[in-house]
Design a protein around this ligand. Sequence first.
Ligand code: YOG
Length: 135
Amino acid sequence: MPVSLCGSWDMVSNVNFEGYMIALGISLYTRKIALKIKHRKVIEQVGDRYVVKTLSTFRNYTFSFRVNEEFQEFTKGLDDRNCKSLVAWEGNKLVCIQKGEKKNRGWAHWIEDDKLHLELHCEDQVCKQVFKRVV
Ligand code: YOG
């Protein structure tokens, strides 16, 4: 079993969030605000159901899913798009593919050196975020 991703995590770094937001078509105005904020990730698991919350002073985004089960995702408050999303374990990485209007869209979460890592990708852009456990 991979290490559990559950818990509360605070952002410590966020590389190329700007490029990722541009790929998603986020307006300059919203990007300026979004670039300044730190995200908190709260990951909960009940049985085979996950709830992932991304919290910030600007906007929050919560969604839930079952591993290996495709679901309809609406990225409310983010880029407001519909995706057919599928989350699956690939080794020690929890990998999501978000099929929709944007090509090559998805993310991966994993634990490395006691930190929560998140790679977000869209089209040719990759954003890398690292979070430390909230104590
Ligand atoms: O994580 O999808 O944990 O969904 C990516 C935002 C910024 C809003 C954040 C608020 C993409 C304005 C979610 C950020 C840019 C910019 C806090 C990352 C869109 C709009 C909500 C994400 C996955 C994996 C869970």
